[in-house]
Write a protein of this length. Structure first.
Length: 99
């Protein structure tokens, strides 16, 4: 498995655009990409403008395929105008349950 955890800070005045674009990416990824196992979006309870994405892919190739999709392109285009700062990204290694 190949999992990533992404944190973004959204400009308050661009929240509606952010939610529209990230919802599209989160729905289309597991629906349209055989290698995408999950794509979840969470809002930080302490800071309503901080969001976290948990994405899980079959392997690195599936993640690279994700980055070539139309829904990811829409996210990439919008991210420059909706985010307060560049996102942080952590690559995770699965531990449990064991495959």
């Amino acid at each position: 498995m190949h999992a990533i955890f992404v944190t973004v800070k959204v400009k308050p005045e661009r929240l509606d655009t952010f939610l529209e674009v990230i919802e599209n990416d989160a729905i289309c990824s597991p629906r349209d990409e055989p290698g995408c196992i999950r794509f979840e979006v969470f809002q930080n309870r302490a800071d309503a403008h901080t969001y976290h994405f948990f994405e899980m892919y079959r392997d690195e190739e599936a993640l690279q395929a994700h980055r070539e999709t139309p829904h990811f392109a829409k996210w990439q285009e919008a991210s420059g105008e909706v985010l307060q700062e560049p996102p942080t990204r952590e690559v995770l290694k699965d531990v449990f349950p064991r495959a």
